[in-house]
Ligand binder design. Structure first.
Ligand code: ADP
Ligand code: MG
Length: 677
């Protein structure tokens, strides 16, 4: 063995040395939550329903808010109904079971100044933990029968601390429990969080930001932590956008529109609006050249984007090539397919549907409609010239890139979500933007009313009047946060109930996410063909469903929905020339939060999607405009669109610098997308 085999300094390969202790191991962030102390199979399952599977899902779960500061007071000083904290020792404890379903643990707590009793409901195991002599800290307020406990700590103050984080929770998994788990994850794994950005930027350490996000010493620290994480998020997004740009890409030049498009126009049962015409003119200009089109078509729900999209697809077909329409959900893809197919049949253009549940048969098609199944490796679209991506903000940058990576078609992105210009640039890179500002003139704004639950029978009377006049209707089931199977069951029960009660004698169809694709298509087809009077549905009808004869919608427990979601739902009616109605049924006004009232008021007052988006931003104070469902790169979890404009600009500049510098930063997006980031 020669000397050099021992390796020279600087030539040591990874893995030659054991890592020093305390060295970050980012790969450990991808460990399952069951590796945390105290997490068993049941808990892991409950966490999964909240979208938490891995350690990093806990670390990067954003608190919805923080508890405010509460003074610690002596028990003898308790007075009024201010939220406070008290600290003392258990004197005695009692467990009662007044009925089979109720247990009450009552403990007497004393400090140097006095004693008070505190009760916990249905947590019988606490009786064992609250042994006499146990020190504890309580947060809550003075009630009629002692201290009303909001949170408690045995040992170190965590749940009762000022600015303790509050997380989105479920019935089976309260926020307090999530907080404990996050604590465990932060203790064990925060050091595994790496900083992907250059050290010379002198940003706070990402691992510190994670810890401060969950356990800040005040609102200001929490906000600095959020900004730090938002910055990474924005840089990541920018890098992905920049990298997805292929500078010298060439797409087929499609020349001028010809005979097929003339037949298309003639086949439409209406004349195009001026906005649609100018959108088409811009698209024609893009398609004439060999530089791939990158255009964002923006227009409120029902403004008539689909007609324009189909025009672009047919331009590809006319040139002997293929067009593809990609939608974010199966329901929406199927719906688009029905629309596209019915017109294309008339024009003699073969159309295929491709989703996870419907495969094959793409070969002979000129237009393919589908979900992201379209971009999977084995799908052959050798002739793709025009791709339309609907509701594109729901796709991640990576997914959008995959569609255009190997081929470089002209791409039309469509969105009904108004996106501020800076944001559009950030999320989609340098897109040309076309807006359909005015809906077809024949369309009347949907009349929206807010109806208290006590008058819901009147809402159904109104709905039946529409049905009796030959129209159709939607009933939207209450929004519940539950696994898809439970949502489906609740919807089935509701449909059954309506069949027996308010809607007895009418033909009712049911649409929810658990139906098989074929069943769902059948229901949609039957509703579209007028073979069903009412469609009872979960939010799966939120986007795209298009049945002009449907003129009235009842949304049950409307206060549970978000503003944007209600606006999307409402867009399912008012798609024909008849006056349409949307009845938002909720609990009595007095029982609603201010925010819920403001949302419902806004919907009654305006049907302008852009204005609603602005109000939504104000109400939520943050920019979840991009939807909350998507995951991956497009998921801006920490970013607030309004407040973070400046941050966004900095992220853009940094990303540009990183990409311009040759070398390792080129691969930054990969590193950022790795576990722990
Ligand atoms: P969007 O995709 O923007 O939500 P759609 O393209 O689905 O809207 O159009 C909504 C409804 O309006 C459809 O029923 C469509 O047939 C109809 N529509 C589209 N353009 C016009 C028009 N120029 N005149 C009348 N109706 C139209
Ligand atoms: Mg649409």
């Amino acid at each position: 063995m020669t000397r050099s085999d021992a390796g020279l300094a600087g030539m040591v390969r990874d893995g030659d040395w054991p890592r020093p202790r305390g060295w970050a191991q980012p790969e450990r962030l991808a460990l399952g939550v069951e590796t945390l102390p105290g997490v068993g199979a049941t808990l892991a399952r409950r966490l999964r329903t909240l979208g938490v599977e891995r350690v990093e899902d806990l670390l990067f779960r954003r608190p919805r808010r923080y508890e405010s500061a509460a003074d610690e007071v002596a028990i003898a000083q308790l007075w009024g109904d201010e939220e406070v904290a008290i600290a003392g020792v258990v004197q005695d404890v009692r467990l009662r079971r007044p009925s089979r379903r109720l247990s009450i643990v009552t403990a007497r707590i004393a400090d140097a100044t006095g004693a008070i009793s505190a009760s916990w409901f249905n947590q019988p195991w606490l009786a064992d933990k609250l042994r006499p002599g146990t020190p504890l800290r309580l947060r809550g307020r003075l009630g009629r029968h002692g201290f009303d406990v909001k949170s408690y700590d045995l040992g170190e103050a965590r749940a009762t601390a000022d600015f303790a984080p509050v997380y989105a929770a479920s019935e089976a998994l309260p926020s307090a429990r999530i907080r404990e788990l996050v604590r465990a994850a932060v203790d064990a794994h925060a050091p595994d969080v790496l900083d992907p950005l250059p050290a010379e930027l002198e940003l706070p350490l990402r691992r510190d930001a994670v810890a401060a996000l969950h356990f800040p010493d005040g609102e200001a620290e929490a906000e600095r932590a959020r900004e730090r994480l938002a910055f990474d998020e924005l840089v990541t997004l920018q890098l992905a956008v920049l990298r997805s740009r292929v500078d010298d890409a060439v797409a087929p030049a499609l020349g001028e529109p010809g005979e097929l498009l003339a037949r298309y126009r003639a086949a439409l049962p209406f004349a195009l609006t001026p906005d649609q015409e100018s959108a088409i003119a811009e698209i024609d200009r893009d398609l004439a050249g060999a530089a791939p089109m990158q255009r964002l078509l923006q227009g409120d729900v029902g403004s008539g984007k689909t007609v324009v999209a189909l025009y672009a697809l047919l331009r590809a077909v006319e040139a002997g090539k293929q067009g593809a329409l990609m939608a974010p959900t199966e329901t929406l893809a199927e719906q688009h397919f029905l629309t596209v197919e019915s017109i294309c049949a008339e024009l003699g253009v073969p159309v295929a549907l491709l989703t996870r549940s419907v495969k094959g048969g793409v070969a002979g098609a000129s237009i393919v409609v589908g979900t992201h199944a379209l971009i999977q490796q084995d799908v052959e679209l050798p002739n793709l010239a025009v791709a339309v991506v609907d509701e594109q903000h729901r796709f991640g940058v990576e997914q959008r890139r995959a569609l255009t990576e190997k081929r470089s078609p002209h791409v039309l992105h469509m969105t009904a979500t108004p996106i501020p210009r800076t944001l559009a640039l950030t999320v989609f890179g340098d897109l040309a933007v076309t807006e359909i500002a005015k809906p077809p003139a024949s369309r009347k704004p949907v009349v929206t009313a807010w109806v208290g639950a006590e008058r819901s029978s009147e809402a159904y009377t109104r709905l039946r009047a529409h049905l009796d006049a030959g129209r159709q209707a939607y009933v939207v089931c209450p929004l519940i946060e539950a696994p898809a199977t439970r949502v489906a069951r609740a919807a089935e029960e509701e449909a059954e109930r309506l069949r027996r009660a308010e809607l007895a004698g009418y033909r009712i169809g049911l649409l929810h996410g658990r139906l098989k694709a074929a069943e769902r298509r059948e229901v949609m087809r039957a509703f579209k063909d007028g073979k069903l009077d009412v469609l009872v549905a979960t939010t799966v009808i939120e986007v795209g469903v298009d049945v002009p004869n449907a003129t009235i919608m009842i949304v049950q427990e409307a206060d549970r929905f978000g503003l944007a979601q209600l606006h999307q739902l409402r867009g399912r009616v008012g798609r024909g020339s008849e006056q349409s109605y949307c009845l938002l049924v909720s609990r009595p006004k007095e029982e609603l939060t201010d925010a819920a009232q403001a949302r419902l008021d806004a919907l009654v007052e305006t049907s302008d999607g852009f204005e609603l988006a602005e109000r939504d931003l104000e109400l939520r104070g943050e920019g979840q405009l991009l939807g909350t469902r998507q995951s991956g790169l497009s998921d801006l979890r920490f970013t607030r669109l309004r407040a973070d404009r400046a941050l966004l600009e900095r992220a853009r500049e940094l990303a540009q610098e990183l990409v311009a510098e040759a070398g390792p930063w080129h691969d930054e997006a990969d590193r950022l997308a790795a576990p722990g980031v």
